[in-house]
Design a protein around this ligand. Structure first.
Ligand SMILES: [Zn+2]
Length: 272
């Protein structure tokens, strides 16, 4: 065995060992090649550039609620990130997102679905969960692996097969699509399920009643007019799958909530 082969095998072993992380609560072992030292600057710079194209509201009651509840839930996560919460004025869009390192945005169109403080705490918990579970880095690692695999296969086919260039491209795009449906989509569904659980546990630890997480998905389904693609083709789990998943963890979340319950009503409607 050549020395260079042994050196590459050693490096690979080191990468694989150092690349395995456990996801909070789900306990899933995650393969992650991209460290925080790379992801955090990436997250921060795309946060600045994405927000530059949106209308960010920096004062007023809604902005304060988003920042205050976001900070409370982020504190409950125990993660030491430089958390940022932007409130985006866009009543047409029911959306919230999170970039690596805890850079979060909430659109005003989401507030009627959140309806109350606890609903918003769950949505923020879900986004915070994506950050603490390093989902962005895991997806990037997966994409790098798929791209690397396809590039290697292309080289192999070029060298040894009698396929024409056109046939080779057809085969590669079919495989790429296969990877998308067979690997990436279930992967993001796993991420969504994990973010739901982590979000519910964080909201409960921050003192908000976890039952609100189920009501959120009911309201979301109504807001989307019941439209959804079949779960196996969608990047997101169906509403029923989400609720079932949350119910499995509800007992644990309630116990946590009982210990940390806030001394005020956080479920009366604020937004409609
Ligand atoms: Zn999500």
């Amino acid at each position: 065995m050549s020395r260079s082969f042994l050196a590459s095998a050693g490096l690979l072993c080191l990468l694989v060992t150092s690349a395995c992380h456990k996801v909070p609560y789900s306990g899933r072992n995650q393969f992650n090649l991209v460290p925080d030292s790379l992801m955090l600057p990436l997250g921060a710079s795309s946060y600045t550039s994405t927000l530059a194209s949106l209308t960010v509201v920096r004062k007023g009651e809604n902005h304060e609620q988003v920042v205050q509840i976001g900070r409370r839930v982020a504190r409950a996560s125990g993660a030491d990130y430089d958390w940022e919460f932007a409130f985006v004025k866009d009543t047409e869009t029911i959306n919230a997102w999170c970039l690596p390192g805890g850079k979060i945005a909430v659109y005003s169109g989401l507030l009627p679905v959140a309806r109350n403080e606890s609903g918003l705490a769950f949505i923020l918990g879900h986004e915070i969960g994506h950050a603490t579970a390093h989902h962005g880095a895991e997806r990037l690692s997966q994409q790098l692996a798929v791209l690397g695999g396809l590039a290697g296969l292309n080289l192999y086919l070029k060298d040894r097969s009698s396929l024409s260039g056109e046939q080779r491209n057809l085969l590669l795009s079919a495989l790429g699509l296969g990877a998308e449906v067979g690997l990436m989509l279930p992967f993001s569904r796993t991420h969504e399920r994990e973010a739901d659980i982590i979000g519910m546990m964080y909201m409960a630890k921050a003192g908000y009643p976890p039952g609100e997480s189920i009501d959120i998905w009911d309201r979301m389904e109504r807001a989307s007019g019941g439209a959804s693609v079949p779960a196996f083709l969608s990047t997101h789990p169906s509403y029923d799958t989400r609720k079932e998943n949350l119910r499995d963890w509800m007992g644990r979340a309630r116990k946590r909530y009982q210990r940390n319950k806030l001394d005020k009503d956080t479920t009366s409607a604020i937004w409609s």
